[in-house]
Design a protein around this ligand. Structure first.
Ligand code: HEM
Ligand code: HEM
Length: 423
């Protein structure tokens, strides 16, 4: 029977800690399970073809659980500093003690190095630009100031380290298990029961009261908040994009109504499943007269920072440099002209076609735009749509140039009501 270090310093001298605290046990098993799962998923996901449905979700899950291991490890280290573990098991020879301690220290290094190398790997991606969204909810930024490694050699080296660390983990687990099993066989008491949940009371007196939950978990949570706060602040701050049309023109005779029914939406396929989104802020200057189609013209300005989809991963992706890149060019513009009546049976209103010149990230692409319009006195209702090619717009061409998982076709739909401007 051994008295632990914490017994000697604990305020309750009657207690005998020959077990880890409940918190240490819970953290040990949660982290161990997560690491086994991450290695399995890591190996599996890398072998999937790019168009495999759910592949990206697996990557996101891997990254989410990996970051969770990082934060739990921070909590675990603080917890261990404040709640010393039980004394070494009896009967250990010098080298066994050294090996056991060595494995434990190596595990702590690994539990930090694995997630940090994974995080560094995604932060140094030079060919892909896929954000990390923890559990689909929290935007997690890349590690800053590592652009020096964002090239084939640097990124490759980080990938090498991350993947080889899995084998280090497996080697350590083998040593660790061998130690535990050996002790079950020849040790007087064994060590397994020190780490098995739910044995409280069967192995001795109550624990010395554990301490430091706030420091350990509060500290890890504070790290989480600070890191996760960076993208939230970056997105929220800054002036709103200027929606004044670059060219003001005479004759604008319709004002778009302030209506929740109005929308500028986009949709397509992601891993063969539909996605849809909207731009929350945009403006339109309309000079339209069915009797004077030649002089009719519509200018639309879109605040790209307000692109929103139902899924945070897609929304965050769109804000990236290779997608809509609002960081460099916060607005896109569309100029509609060359209006002509169209032969389409639309069910309501009159059908028209127009020429739409879309300027995004400094380049202009022209596409036909079809819409239907109903003018009732001073009120107009309009709905129209067009299909754009992601490739033609140079959107996402680094990550997915072959449209392997995000379809090339993007359908853009506009719905609005407007009131005649009699000024
Ligand atoms: C990736 C998986 C694992 C990791 C990272 C891991 C990590 C660790 C670490 C760091 C310690 C030392 C705790 C401390 O004193 O601060 C420890 C102790 C222990 N682990 Fe694991 N472990 C893993 C898997 C396992 C498995 C599968 C078993 C099953 C037998 C196990 C059984 C134990 C036991 C019995 C102890 C207490 C050892 C003693 O008191 O000397 N661990 N583990
Ligand atoms: C304890 C934590 C982690 C473990 C045990 C782990 C384990 C692994 C393993 C075994 C692989 C497969 C490597 C190979 O193909 O040989 C892998 C791949 C990967 N991991 Fe982790 N990982 C962890 C944390 C993270 C974190 C935090 C991130 C990012 C934030 C991350 C990002 C990745 C990525 C992107 C890949 C794919 C690499 C590729 O496609 O080549 N991992 N991980």
């Amino acid at each position: 029977m051994t008295l632990s270090a914490s017994d000697q310093s604990a305020s309750a001298p009657q207690t005998r800690d020959n077990r880890y605290t409940g918190v240490a046990i819970a953290l040990h098993w949660a982290i161990a399970l997560a690491i086994f799962g991450l290695i399995g998923v890591g190996w599996y996901m890398g072998d999937l073809p790019n168009d495999h449905p759910g592949k990206e979700s697996l990557y996101q899950l891997h990254k989410s659980v990996g970051i969770t291991v990082f934060l739990l490890t921070l909590a675990r280290i603080v917890w261990r500093l404040l709640n010393p573990p039980p004394a070494d098991a009896e009967g250990l020879t010098g080298w066994e003690r050294a090996l056991s301690h060595g494995v434990h220290i190596a595990f702590y290094v690994l539990m930090l190095a694995m997630p940090l190398s994974g995080w560094l790997y995604v932060s140094t991606a030079y060919d892909f630009d896929i954000p990390t969204v923890l559990y689909g909810i929290v935007s997690w930024p890349d590690i800053p100031f590592v652009s020096g490694l964002a090239n084939e050699a640097g990124h490759g080296a980080v990938e090498f380290v991350h993947s080889k660390l899995a084998w280090v983990a497996i080697g350590l687990v083998v040593l660790h298990l061998a130690g535990a099993v050996k002790h079950e066989i020849d040790g007087e008491e064994g060590v397994l029961k020190r780490m098995i949940p739910g044995l409280f009371g069967k192995t001795g007196g109550p624990h010395a009261p554990s301490r430091g939950a706030l420091s350990a978990f509060g500290g890890a949570f504070a790290v989480f908040l600070v890191v996760a706060g960076i993208p939230a602040l970056a997105q929220g701050g800054g002036p709103k994009a200027d929606l004044t049309s670059p060219e003001t023109f005479a004759g604008a005779n319709w004002l778009v109504n302030e209506s929740a029914e109005n929308s500028l939406a986009f949709s397509g396929l992601y891993e063969s499943a539909p996605y849809a989104g909207e731009f929350a802020r945009w403006s339109a200057q309309i000079a339209f007269d069915p009797e004077n189609l030649d002089t009719s013209r519509v200018d639309v300005t879109v605040d790209l920072t307000t692109a929103e989809t139902g899924k945070k991963l897609y929304t965050d992706s769109l804000k990236g440099a290779e997608w809509l890149d609002p960081g460099s060019n916060p607005t896109a513009t569309v100029v509609l002209d060359n209006f002509a009546p169209a032969e389409a049976d639309t069910g309501w209103g009159t059908a028209y076609t127009a020429n739409a010149a879309l300027t995004l990230k400094g380049a202009t692409v022209t596409t036909p735009f079809q819409f239907q319009l109903e003018i009732d006195g001073d009120t107009a209702r309009m709905e129209g749509s067009t299909t754009l090619s992601r490739a033609a717009l140079d959107v996402g061409m680094q990550s997915d140039p072959g449209a392997d998982w995000i379809a090339d076709d993007v359908t853009v739909t506009v719905k609005l009501t407007a009131t005649r401007n009699s000024d």
